[in-house]
Structures are given as C-alpha cells and as structure tokens.
Ligand binder design. Structure first.
Ligand SMILES: [Zn+2]
Length: 395
C-alpha cells in the first residue's frame, strides 16, 4: 500500500463578502480535491488541541499522527532539528525572524522575504557581534533563523509571533515574563547593528524592505519523538520548503527531500515538488507534501493569490500525485490544510479543518466537493486530529 498526505497550508478560510459568501476554497477550481472527496470521504478534524496556539508546528505534528499534548515543546526546537542543531541540557531554541522595523512598528514579519544569501550574511554578522558561549545564531531560510540560548528559565517567557502583530508597535509586543530583558536587549541591539548594514542600505535602494531587526519567539527545549516507522510500521519522505516541516520529518525519521526551486512562497516550483514526491513513492510507502503558498497569501491579505495558490496546489500537486497513485495496486491519499488562515484575520485560527481521503478500503461517502461547508455537514468529525493518520494507515 502506498500513502500520500498532501497539505495546503492555511487553505481553509471563512465565507467572504467579496466572494458572495463563499470561501476561497469554494471559489477556487479544485477538481482533484473534489474528486477525492467524491470517491472517498470528506470530514472535519481539529488539528489544534485546546490551549495550543494555532500554527503549523502543532497542526503538522497532529497530521503526522503525533499528539501535540505529548510531543510539542515549541516551534523553534523543530526548526532547529532541521538545521542539525542539537540542543543540550538547559539550552532553549528560539525562532529568530529577520523583520522590518519602521517608526517603532513591525512593518513586515519577513524582512521583505529576504534572500537566503543576504540573510545568511546578516545572521553570521549578528553571531559575531552578539554571540557568546551561551548565545548562538544559526542561519536558516529567507527570514527564518534560529537563536539558541543556554538559559532554561526562558522556556516560560511569553513571546509573540511577529506575523500576528503586523503594523503594531514593537514596544507593546516585546517578550514578557521573568528573564525577558535578556531577549529584549538582543532584539534592540540587533536593530542598532542591522539598520545601517550595507545589505540593508542596498535593499532600501532597490525599494525592498530592509531586514533591520530580529524578533525572537516560538521557543522551547529539545523534544523527544517516537520514530514514524515504529509508530506506523512504514517509511517515507517529506517534501516541503519550510524548515519547520523538514525538522519534524527529521525528528521522526522521515526523509526530508530537497527539491530545487521549492521556496515556500507563491513562486514555489510546484511541478518539481510533485515529481520528487512521486519519485519518493517509487521506493517508499509514504510521502507527505506541504505547500506553504496559500498561508503566505492569507498573511498578506492577498485574495487573488490565495485562490491561485489553492488552484496551483490542486492542479500541480494533488493532480499528478493522484494520477500516479491510481496506477498502483493499492493506495490511500488524503488532502487537507493544517489550519485555517482566514484572510480577513491575516493569521491562523484553531477551527477544525476539512479533510478528504480515498483509496483502498475507504468506502464512498456523500460529499461532492472539498470545502469547509460540506465538511462541516459531514458526519465524519474528529475532535483529536492526530488520530487521522492512524486511521489512514491502520484501518
Ligand atoms: Zn502561517
């Protein structure tokens, strides 16, 4: 049996006035996801357990069958794993965004989606200037980096994800709690160091947002995971441009598959992602494909791009992989978002998400399209979304 799980990050949304009360998923042309819902079943599952901040880290652990209540220690430790950073005792990993600070506000959580090359130079520069025996900076991808601090007290701090407070004053959103001063000092220092850096001068000259400050959040200590092979008895790979997802893969013993041109943005190389996923299925039992673009479009409140990203996901990822699976003697396929990212809110919510699956042994339900509305009407509802994977594989 071959299994494929295909995730369109943040695809789910609310009905919108400008779409005459429909959601982007309902408006987008998604013949492939609709067909999966029609040939198999459509349901609704809660991926974010109560009390957890709605984000891809928790949601993707759930999708992969790991109960966040047992396995989640923070977002940054998962991303750190991807970068090969091993956290020692007392060490806490933070997500270190390169952001754009402007007039005391968080103007852009992504430093203008800065390139890897520019970002790496800035992060190495910060490591030279601010790094110590106890504080280290590690370059990641685009605006997403890691800072490791040896001080277990910092685990409890209250830190705000910058994409939740775009346009808001920096002062109002700084880390809070015992020991917060250490982080605030680093963030303030970074602004002094980065604002006049040559890379940022050049970015401003080109009309791009400068990456002139770091923002620390998403912290946690090293997690302890049970390997996927032990949990489900199969092996496989993960296709994603996002470090967080590759980090989770690495921690549970799935192979993070490098795909040329996978960017985690609108311009990602969809065709190559599908091709590498198909290649993975030729030798492995399982593939997980994650596409970030619909989520990015929601954060940017760009409705046209969101619809286009959903259509690209359906046509260029779901379509070709589904086609190949239908040629296999036995398969199961599941499509879903990890969490909703309602475009009006420009951030994630914990609402349950629609999922659809079909294949060997999955009887046909009553759905005809893949949408939030139809899923809510289905009688297949899961309060603990982490059970989906077990049902997909074992039942
Ligand atoms: Zn997001």
């Amino acid at each position: 049996m071959k299994y494929a799980v295909l995730v369109g990050d943040g695809m789910a949304d609310y009905p919108l006035d400008e779409l005459n009360g429909r959601t982007p998923l309902e408006v987008a042309e998604t013949p492939n996801m609709d067909e999966i819902a029609r040939q198999g079943q459509l349901g609704l599952a809660r991926m974010i357990p109560q009390g957890f901040a709605p984000a891809s880290d928790v949601a993707i652990l759930s999708i992969l069958g790991y109960n966040p209540r047992h396995y989640y220690t923070g977002r940054a430790p998962l991303e750190a794993a991807r970068l090969g950073i091993e956290l020692g005792p007392e060490e806490v990993a933070f997500r270190c965004n390169l952001i754009t600070a402007d007039k005391g506000c968080i103007a852009d959580y992504s430093g203008g989606h800065i390139s890897d090359r520019e970002a790496e130079e800035l992060i190495r520069f910060l490591d030279q200037k601010l790094g110590t025996e106890f504080i280290k900076f590690y370059p990641g991808v685009s605006y997403r980096h890691i800072c490791v601090i040896k001080n277990a007290n910092l685990i409890q701090l209250n830190c705000t994800p910058p994409h939740d407070v775009i346009g808001e004053p920096i002062k109002k959103n700084l880390p809070r709690g015992k020991g917060a001063r250490q982080l605030i000092n680093l963030m303030e220092h970074s602004y002094q160091l980065l604002r006049s850096h040559d890379i940022n001068k050049a970015r401003i000259n080109r009309g791009q947002n400068p990456a002139n400050m770091i923002w620390l959040w998403g912290q946690g200590p090293a997690p302890r995971m049970l390997p996927f092979r032990e949990r489900f008895g199969i092996t496989g790979g993960v296709v994603s441009a996002v470090d967080l997802v590759k980090g989770i893969a690495k921690l549970i013993g799935l192979e993070p598959i490098e795909v040329p041109g996978a960017t985690g943005y609108y311009d990602t190389n969809y065709e190559a992602k599908a091709e590498y996923a198909i290649r993975c299925l030729e030798k492995e039992d399982f593939v997980f494909v994650h596409v970030e673009a619909p989520d990015e479009a929601s954060h940017n409140a760009d409705l046209d791009q969101k619809i286009k990203a959903i259509e690209n996901f359906d046509r260029l990822i779901v379509g070709p992989i589904k086609k190949r699976l239908y040629e296999q003697p036995a398969f199961r396929i599941m499509v879903l978002p990890d969490h909703p990212t309602p475009i009006q809110l420009r951030t994630h919510t914990a609402d349950p998400v629609p999922f659809a699956w079909c294949g060997q042994g999955i009887r046909r339900g009553e759905a005809d399209v893949f949408s939030e509305r139809d899923a809510a009407r289905s009688n297949l509802q899961l309060r603990d979304g982490y059970q989906l994977m077990e049902r997909l594989i074992k039942h």
